[in-house]
Design a protein. Structure first.
Length: 362
């Protein structure tokens, strides 16, 4: 009988890092000769997956890979399995970041962490998608752990970018890019301070491209959010003397638009204080955009010695480094060569080869 390797993910969305990785993994598992399906509660239209209530347990040698980012009824079902149980932990942002802004999200994140620890005693193998995440699992008591990075389809990043958007961004401005949802841990406030310093002390011809979904305006029950982070950022850039034309807060973008932002960027600047992996860092390296980033959490690990890394969020240092790397020259060339080497460690074939080794070892 052919062995089954199923994946569980509470919500499956195309364009989401976890969702895209799950879909890549399914196709890889099938190509390895396994029977493999994705089971979910919620999926985008046109995405092939199976409703979770249709899942049924097979042989004890079968495997379930549970993608964990938030608590759900899958927690209880996973703990009761007879077969091999693999938990892939995609990290949960420390809830404290959200306490001043969205108490419901703070509660959801707290519940997610609380729901993770009880799975330690029932999990066959717990995988972090970074060493940073693996160490968190180890601290929670998971006995057998490993690392499996998020699977990224490199080929998609060489598809055509949106030509209209590229043309609009191809003016005389230096484009500082950050990709990531508008959330307190990402520290867009410090990015705005870098922008303001750059504009005042280096060149007025600069623009921040903040590509990422906006925070929600209402809670799950329709109540208004008590403190809106994006509104606070808009107030801040006004106080800093930054004009609306100097900042682009995109909200969600299509894939061809994302490519246009990367291809229009001169430098990728990250001052995020918490990352469980860092898909945009890999994307920036793949698209040959020099990276200037605040180290710590999984950022240092993801860059692996590439890019320019700072230990503290010094606004002047970030702005000066961005200005140096934005223009052609030896410094930019050295950084790009280092990034070219590092990004190959996350190549699609490499990550999926690691998946095969893990599954065959269970």
């Amino acid at each position: 009988m052919t062995r089954r390797v199923d994946q569980w993910v509470p919500a499956l969305h195309r364009g989401d890092a976890i969702g895209d990785s799950t879909l890549l993994m399914r196709e890889a598992l099938r190509s390895f000769g396994y029977v493999s399906d994705i089971y979910t509660y919620n999926q985008d239209p046109g995405v092939s997956a199976v409703a979770f209530d249709q899942w049924s347990e097979g042989a004890e040698t079968d495997i379930v890979i549970f993608h964990y980012a938030l608590i759900s009824p899958m927690n209880e079902a996973f703990a009761k399995l007879r077969g091999r149980r693999v938990l892939q932990y995609h990290n949960i942002t420390p809830p404290g970041f959200f306490l001043p802004w969205d108490t419901e999200i703070h509660k959801i994140l707290s519940q997610g962490l609380q729901g993770l620890a009880p799975l330690a005693g029932t999990t066959t193998l717990a995988l972090g998608d970074s060493e940073f995440n693996r160490l968190e699992l180890e601290r929670m008591g998971f006995a057998r752990t490993g690392v499996l990075p998020i699977a990224i389809d490199f080929d998609r990043y060489f598809e055509p970018a949106n030509p209209i958007l590229k043309k609009r961004l191809a003016d005389s401005r230096t484009n500082l890019l950050f990709v990531g949802r508008i959330a307190p841990n990402k520290r867009h406030d410090n990015l705005l301070r870098v922008l303001a310093y750059y504009k005042k002390n280096i060149s007025t011809g600069v623009r921040l491209l903040a590509v990422g979904k906006h925070p929600r305006r209402e809670t799950g029950v329709g109540a208004p959010i008590e403190g809106h982070y994006l509104d606070a950022l808009i107030r801040l850039y006004s106080e800093l003397g930054v004009e609306p034309a100097d900042v682009v807060f995109t909200d969600g973008v299509s894939h061809d638009e994302l490519l246009a932002y990367y291809e229009s960027a001169h430098v990728f600047v990250s001052m995020s204080e918490h990352e469980g992996f860092g898909v945009p860092l890999v994307e920036a390296m793949l698209k040959r955009v020099p990276v200037v980033a605040l180290g710590g959490t999984a950022v240092t690990e993801t860059l692996g010695g590439a890019g320019v890394l700072f230990e503290r969020p010094d606004v002047a240092e970030f702005a000066e480094a961005a200005a140096l790397l934005a223009k052609p020259g030896p410094a930019r060339d050295v950084i790009l060569r280092g990034q070219d080497r590092r990004v190959q460690d996350f190549a699609t074939k490499t990550t999926l080869g690691r998946l095969r080794e893990i599954v065959e070892g269970l």
